[in-house]
Design a protein around this ligand. Sequence first.
Ligand code: HEM
Length: 466
Amino acid sequence: MDQTLDRSTVVSSTPPASPSTRRLPPVVPGHPIAGSAFAMRRDPLRFLLDATHRYGEISRIRFFFSYAYMVNSAEGARHILQEHNRNYDKNTFDYHALARLLGKGLLTNDGAPWLRQRRLIQPAFHRQRLASFAAIMTGAAERTAEAWRAASAHGEPTDVAAEMMRLTLSVVGQALFGQNVEDDVAVVGRAGVSLSRIITDYVMRPLPPLDFPSARGRHFRAAKRELDAVTWRIIAERRRTGADTGDLLSMLLTARDEEGHGMDDQQVRDEVLTLLLAGHETTSTLLSWTWYLLSRSPDAERRLHEELATVLGGRIPGVDDLAKLPYTRRVLDESLRLYPPAWSLARNAVADDTIGGYTIPAHAAVILCPYTLHRHPDYWIDPERFDPDRFLPERVEARPRWAYIPFGGGPRQCIGNSFALMEAQLALATLAQRFQPRLAPGHTVLPEPVITLRPRDGLQMIIEAR
Ligand code: HEM
């Protein structure tokens, strides 16, 4: 079984502090009524980064009448995600909002039902399984290469973010569901971005509720319907052929519990939609930011090209090449540090706890933010600089393990982390051998922190052939 699921290693939470020993973290000053709600809405990344610089590793952020506890240390991340994970569940407003779309899929589920589903789905991500996906991944990258060949000939800007979305959606569709969903990329991309924005807006401004006949509610329901149509079609298609291909979709449809009951349709839908969205949007953002960073870092780009030329000499990479391409991997690791697609993780404290000498009261909302943790000056020298060599083995050794959490950690760690890294490494190696995208003149790239941290207006680049 996956080590992250071995809960016997997990110790229980620290005993509750008595009222006299309670020491609450400093409050980030804000508006007398709204607290930090407006500042957070305006520019969450800047606000959270400033808060961690000024108020240290644990602070309280007030939103009108409630507080969120911001924890920004490697030790705090280990405490919440690993050591005391049973005290930090997903019973949060953020996750409830996401569950409006994803239902009880793996990402939003909790407790015993989550564990049952995780154990069931985990085998689809085992090492041997992943190795069999390599050809699907390079095949998708080859199709992108064809599009880029045409783009490099006409010299017009291409939206590289949209291209990466097409690539990763196609991989998830084929690898996990055995289906070609490439034609759905426009719908899934548009509806996905729209829902991501609506859900984030709803978390920041919960009124009116999503069920209300407001414009926001209507857009939410329309986009959800579009994604549902794709999801139900994927399920219906497999049911129609009745084939047990052994892929993840077959596993979901044929799974039986001890009493012989299968998963109901809604649960299958929730898992399929979760994996479809979580499985492509994050990896495509990783690849987009990587192209952006490389275009601005000639030295890193040159070293990447050198490694690819030496190891591959122009051929398509395979799974055995991955370990021989350490620089390619370091480029991706560093890209995940600067622009972690899952830029903020929310938890609810079940019972009173103590972190770094401060009390975290029961029912407190807790924020762990990979974006700020990955810029903490105690762990990262000159944090804004793109430097893939931070991930040389000896430098990784010298750093606390929990200073870097692009995939979370502990039992709720991303189930697709190896899938994503393998896909990104194969795609980058395939494409960077032949092309070097350059930012289109006049195109400004800004990170938009919605559910994932994406380039707000896409990524317009001129594709140059090498
Ligand atoms: C670069 C790509 C990716 C990043 C940065 C990423 C990040 C994350 C993070 C941080 C979490 C934990 C969330 C939390 O603790 O609150 C997570 C969970 C999850 N991810 Fe990923 N992910 C990526 C790719 C994928 C892929 C490729 C898949 C599936 C094919 C996937 C499926 C999931 C699922 C199902 C969960 C929930 C796991 C659970 O709670 O048991 N992710 N991901």
